[in-house]
Design a protein around this ligand. Sequence first.
Ligand code: PLP
Length: 490
Amino acid sequence: MTAATPSDRSVELVQTIRKFALDARALEPSVGERRQLLASVNEFAEAFLAEVDTRPAYLDTEHKGRGLYASPISESGMEMDAVLRLFKENVVDVGLSPVSPRFLAYIPPCSLYTGALGDFLAAVTNQFAGYFSSCPGAVRMEHQLLRWMADVIGYPPSALGAMLSGGSTAILAGVVTARDAHGLAGRDYEKCVVYMTDLTHHAMDKALRIAGMKEAVRRRVGMDAGYRMDPAQLDHAIRADLAAGLKPWLIAASAGTTDLGSVDPLEALADVAERHRLWFHVDGAYGGLFILSELVRDKFRGIARADSVVLNAHKALFTPFGLAVVLVRDGQLLQRAHFHTANYLQDTLLEDEEPSPADLGPELTRNFRGPRLWLPLKLLGVAPFRAALSEKILLTRYAYEKIGSLPGFEVGPYPDLSVFAFRYVPAHGIADDFNRRLVEAIRRDGTILLSSTTLDGRYMIRFAVLSYRTHLDTIDLAIDVIRRKVREQE
Ligand SMILES: *Cc1c(COP(=O)(O)O)cnc(C)c1O
C-alpha cells in the first residue's frame, strides 16, 4: 500500500469538485430553459390578468392553501407547470384577492404590471443598493425617486429619505430619528409625550415600542366633526403637559387616516409644533400622495413643514407590496440616527458623493426597491397617476352620495380622500349586529369586499377606493350588492 501523492490528491479533488458542479448545474438554466421558464410564468400571468377584473374579491376555500404541505420541499425538483398549479390552487385562489378592482376593504392595494417588471429587473440584476460605492446607479435611482417625492410635498434640498419595506418600517425610522434629534435617552422616555388621535395608525404605537419607548405618554387629542385633529385642543394639551413637568415631544398627524381618510389640518398643527418646538411627524402612508391630485391638493397645505413624512408607494402609487418612504426635512438627522460602520466595511466610506441607503435606514443588504417605481414612472410619466387618484376621489364622492341617499342608510363625514363610512339602520333590532352580519354576508358572497371599523362606539362599514382598476361600473356593482344583501338580511 502506497500513500497517495499530492498530485493524486489534487486529481481526486478536481474530480469531486466537477461532480458537485454537475449536480448544481440546475441552478444555472440555459438560454433555452430560461425562455421556457419565462414563457410558462408569462402564460400564467396572462391567464391571471385576463380574469382579474371579474374575479371575486374574496375566495372562501375549505383547504386554505393546505395543499402546499402535501407537496413537501424535497431533494429533487418538479416541473414548472406542476409548481404553477400548486401556486394557483393554494396561494392565488385562496382568501383575499388584493388586485381585484372589487376589493373595497381596508386600503385597497393593487400592483402595476410595469412595477412587477421592475421587480423582475431588480431581482435578475440584483444590484447592491446599500452603498453608493457599490452600485452608484442603483443608489442614484432611489435618490432620484425620493427627491421627486420630496419635491411633490414641497421639501427643501436639505431633505433626505429612505425606501423601506412599508409604512410601518418607515414610521419606525421616523420615530428613531425624532428620538435622537431631540437627544432623548432611557430616563426621559416616561416623561415624553406623543400627541395623536383615536384614528392614528397603530404602527405609531408599535414603532414607539420597538424604539424602546413604550413608556412614552400617548395623549389622545380631540377631533373635529370630520375626525381631524383639533389644533386648539392640541395646543391646550401641550401647555397642560408642560405645566405638569412632562416633555412634549412628537405630534403624530395623519394625512389620510386609514379608518376614514381624514386629513388633519397640517398647517395649523405645524404652527403648534413650531410654537412649542415639537417634532412634527405626518403619516401619509395611505393618503399623502393624493397631493398629486389637483382636487385635494389644498388639504395638504403645511405638509412641507413636517419634520418627517411617510408615504407608501404600495398604496397610492399602486406598486407591488414592499415600498414606502420616510422623508426627513433635515436629512442629516435621518443619517445621524442610522449611520453605523464596521471594519470590514471601511472601503464603502471612500466614495461619498451621494449618501448611502445603508446609512439612512436600518438595512444593510436590501431589496433594490427603486425599479418597481422607477420603471412605471419612466414608462408612463406622472400624468396617469394624477388622473387615477382624481378618479378615485370622484368615485368615492359618487358612492358617498348614492349610499347616503338610499332609504335606511346613514353615512359618516364627507370623504376628504377616498374612504368613507356608512351603515344601515334597520327598522327593528340592533344596528351594530345588523351591520356586522351584513359585512359577513358580503364577504361570504365574495363579489365585492368591504371592511368595518368602530367610530364613537358604533360599528360602521368602510367603503375604500384605491385600486387603479376600480372604475364607475365597479362602484355601481358594489352599491347593488350592498342593497341586495341588506334586503336578504332584513
Ligand atoms: C397602511 C398604513 C400604515 C402602515 O403601512 P404598512 O405599509 O402596512 O406597514 C400606516 N399608516 C397609515 C395611515 C396606513 O394607512
